[in-house]
Design a protein around this ligand. Structure first.
Ligand SMILES: [Zn+2]
Length: 86
């Protein structure tokens, strides 16, 4: 029997369904984890410039221990963010 499944808009044959569900769960977990970090970082403001981190992004998977990259107005904001993450 050959079943076709649609997962996240992609057709997946039955022998690949397990992998597809796993990777779709992983990307959901990753998206949730990234959103949490972005929310946390966005709430932190520089004591001098009253700005939050801009352009927060992740290179690779946050689940593999990759850290967020972002643009900060100055080192004070970077320090405040480091303290919030530790
Ligand atoms: Zn600043």
């Amino acid at each position: 029997m050959n079943l076709n499944w649609k997962i996240n808009g992609r057709s997946v044959s039955s022998d690949q369904v397990g992998d597809a569900i796993l990777s779709s769960m992983e990307s959901e977990i990753q998206a949730a984890a990234e959103q949490k970090v972005i929310d946390t970082l966005s709430a932190i403001r520089c004591p001098v410039h009253d700005q939050s981190a801009q352009n927060i992004r992740f290179e690779g998977s946050i689940l593999n221990g990759n850290e967020a990259k972002m643009d900060c107005c100055c080192d004070l904001l970077k320090e405040a963010i480091q303290q919030a993450l530790n």
